[in-house]
Design a protein around this ligand. Sequence first.
Ligand code: CO
Length: 211
Amino acid sequence: MKSYQKLLLANKSWAAEQAEEDPTFFTKMAEGQSPEFLWIGCADSRAPADKITGTDPGQIFVHRNVANLVINTDLNMLSVLQYAVEVLKVKHVMVVGHYGCGGVKASLTNSNLGLINKWIRNIKDVYVKYQDELDSIDDMAEKTDRLCELNVVEQVKNLIKTSIIQKAWKSENSPYVHGLILDLKSGHINQIMEVEPGDYSVINPIFKFDL
Ligand code: CO
């Protein structure tokens, strides 16, 4: 049997199991979603949002890309963010990085990787911002992991720089913004940053809009 056929087979037994456990599971699922969380994570196959948080379908709205970046011209991410915040009214927006991230690793080299150079460029900018601290770390794995953390911090700031979050902070639905990091060696997720609704102290005032 081909490996992708195994996926479809596994799906059938999962669906049967769910229906047996809770006969209303799929009826409820088909009715709609009201997740409390937006997860902006890395596309890495080892960082699946629901599996590692023990959550069920319907609980987390997910956007994933290489190295969990929040780029202010990325229509895909911004559309997900706007929908999550304005329509689904999520209470928590989370940037979830992970140690040993391939995208972050690549950003610390001079390799020419083609199209993805343009994406990785954004992480190089984070490196330059914290170059003094990062260059003081000799061990390459340690340096990469520190950049993984700093990258999360900068992406959280990028979220707060969006008019989407700033507008949401003016509304009744005022989401928290979190920076988290997954340790693949232990499976644990640790919080490295939490921004309360309406707290602009982590960004330069020039990024705050008159709303
Ligand atoms: Co990654």
